[in-house]
Write a protein that binds this ligand. Structure first.
Ligand code: KG4
Ligand code: ZN
Length: 337
């Protein structure tokens, strides 16, 4: 079964065709980075306009010259920017009506976990999922397809948000995560001992204290007192990575889970990937990291999720005529919606 995925929740216009939930046939992503760069953040109105201009070409590109056939469309309905989400949902509904195929709504955050299932046939529920994106940091117990328990989340800033804010403090280009990742490659992670928020006894995270610590450090250490920016990046990154890896492994141990998926833009971080891989070897866990290009926003993860939703719930319960967007859509089990 081929599913056409459509994703427009933030600043990437994306479409993809995925076969049987696991194999990517084609994937197309139009990034808006160059549009938002000068504002050092995503401007919602500009994002919506760019989605409108690009969505048809991106879908055509995903279907390819041979116009791949598809049996259903899966589209992100939330969370995200409401105007941006609407472009994808309206396009999907129109296409579904014109082509007589069902349209399935997908949660973007769940999508980041389904990215781990793509091209990894050995990954099967139950497993632990860590979502680390620009707006969310969540540990999810993925019991079955569509049956979730949120174990913890961030109490303030998301991991990606911390990367973006610290990059701004250091005057590095938008988006901050990849800038810090690049700089940190040549830095010393032990140069500055930034604080780690452990919040013992919970599976929650907190990154705003770390961001404030970097800000204060920069106020106190000026001129020649300040270590090279590469060292600051590596030290900040190490503090984020330490907490994400340790708390995820702790949750895996508590819930006796042997498979762990990490998804979302921050999962593209090279240091985080390496740290998870070596910790997993040590603890005899299997860690599943999507290919770097499928960590950040894409539509293959939405198509994959749509396939499992259709398979699990059946057509009647999945394809809704009234499909709409929800900017604050939480990760909840399918049965609860
Ligand atoms: O999942 P995503 O593409 O969009 C959202 O759903 O939010 O995540 C974007 C976030 C941004 O905060 C970006 O700075 C961060 O992921 N990010 C990274 C890296 N690549 C993207 N953070 C750290 N290292 C990276 N290599
Ligand atoms: Zn995302």
């Amino acid at each position: 079964m081929n599913i056409l995925g459509i994703e427009t929740s933030c600043d990437e216009t994306a479409a993809a065709v995925v076969k049987d939930g696991r194999r990517i046939l084609r994937s197309s992503v139009a990034s808006q980075m160059s549009i938002h760069r000068e504002f050092r953040g995503v401007v919602p109105e500009l994002a919506s306009r760019a989605h409108v201009e690009r969505i048809n070409a991106v879908i055509e590109d995903a279907l390819g010259k041979k116009a791949l056939p598809y049996d259903a469309i899966a589209v992100t309905t939330g969370p995200g920017l409401v105007g941006a989400l609407l472009i994808g949902v309206v396009t999907a509904r129109t296409l579904g009506w014109a082509k007589h195929v069902p349209v399935i709504g997908m949660n973007h955050l769940e999508g980041h976990l389904f990215a781990g299932l793509v091209e990894h046939p050995s990954l099967k529920p139950p497993f632990l999922g860590l979502i680390v994106s620009g707006g969310h940091t969540e540990l999810v117990l993925f019991k079955k397809y569509g049956d979730y328990q949120t174990l913890g989340g961030t109490r303030d800033d998301a991991a990606g948000e911390a990367f973006d804010k610290v990059a701004n403090l250091l005057n590095l280009p938008f988006p901050g995560g990849p800038s810090i990742d690049r700089m940190a490659q040549k830095g010393d992670p032990k140069a500055v001992d930034f604080p780690r928020a452990w919040i013992p006894g919970t599976h929650d995270f907190s990154f705003s204290g770390l961001k404030t610590a970097v800000s204060n450090y920069l106020k106190v250490h000026t001129g020649s007192q300040r270590p090279p920016v590469q060292d600051l990046c590596a030290s900040f990154q190490e503090a984020v990575v330490d907490v994400l890896v340790a708390k995820t492994l702790e949750a895996a141990q508590t819930y006796r889970l042997k498979q762990v998926v990490v998804g979302g833009g921050v999962a593209a971080n090279r240091r985080l990937r390496a740290a998870f891989q070596s910790a997993a070897r040590e603890k005899k866990l299997q860690i599943f990291l999507p290919d770097i290009s499928f960590c950040t926003d894409n539509a293959a993860m939405i198509a994959a999720g749509g396939y499992f939703k259709l398979k699990t719930l059946g057509l009647k319960k999945t394809a809704k005529q009234s499909l709409n967007v929800d900017a604050n859509l939480p990760v909840t089990s399918w049965a609860a919606r």
